[in-house]
Design a protein around this ligand. Sequence first.
Ligand code: FE2
Length: 180
Amino acid sequence: MRKTILKHFFAVGLFTVVLLIWAAPVVAAGLTESEIQDLVFIREEEKLARDVYDALRLYWGSRVFSNIELSEQTHMDAIKGLLDRYGIPDPAEGRGYGEFANTELQDLYDTLVARGSRSLVEAYRVGILIEETDIRDLQEAMDRSVHVDIKTVYGNLLRGSQNHLKAFSSHLGAQGILIE
Ligand SMILES: [Fe+2]
């Protein structure tokens, strides 16, 4: 009888330890599941912007790409800071330029670099598409987040993206292209 009780306590104890270890990152983070998913996604979405502009900078030598690439690096760093603060693994860890954990972003990177290499006009259009997508995704993630520090970072990135959008739009305009 006593052995059975001990076994029972041992089993419950083991179960509790396993549960605590499993739940630890979420408990430590104190974030909702959607906040975690958004941070992981946006970390790679900012990487996609940086990496596409890096490829297009090498292709066209246009300064707008190198300037905005530097800004995207600061966006990536800002999200990395949040991942570290909340103990969330970094999806970009160990991945070089043009390499993504998220397969949709991998496909998008390949598509956008191919499109942007067709002409300088297409390259600027790719920039506009990336920034418009970032603005939409950041606004949605901001609405879903309940943490002020996360919302503040998203807000800063959003303003950056709005500036990038203006820059690409004016470069496209300078090519004599009307923006729809
Ligand atoms: Fe951007």
